[in-house]
Design a binder for this molecule. Sequence first.
Ligand code: FES
Length: 180
Amino acid sequence: MSKTQDMKQEFKPSPETLSRVDKLVEAYPTRASALMPSIWAITDEMGYVPDTGVDFLVEKLGVTKARVYEVLSFYTMYRTEPQAEHVLQVCHNISCHIMGARNVIAQLEKKLGVRLGEATPDGKFAIEGAECLGACGHGPCLQLGKHLYEYLTPEKAEDLLDNLRKGVVPRADTDRELED
Ligand code: FES
């Protein structure tokens, strides 16, 4: 059994998660349509979706296990294994690459002492490469959970790390759009 499998926990939905999923089921035309936001509900509680979370979705939404794993494995923002507390997904596709993504990645690697694709030993940070994040004109971009940071520079990436170390998730460019 791998180390990450050892760390896997059983999913027992909190009352908040249970009520969130119940509301989603009511809001969508079919139970199965609530799959993606229900995956987020589990992810927000656990940080990933363990096998027991899949079983919960199968029962709640009347979908097959294969359907849940199909969706979980298609989208890179969903996880089936425990992950670092902060997963920094830097877009390294062509537009962001041209705009300096490599320098941003290099700065993160230097400051965290790990390489792209690795996590820090304390489990606090991981750096991942991401394919296009859909903000090509605003690159280089970095996704942190539901937040998208745009026009990054090595200095801004370092600032982001400093804030996260202090427990602050700085307001991202996409948060601004949601608030406006
Ligand atoms: S290439 Fe980076 S967001 Fe599209």
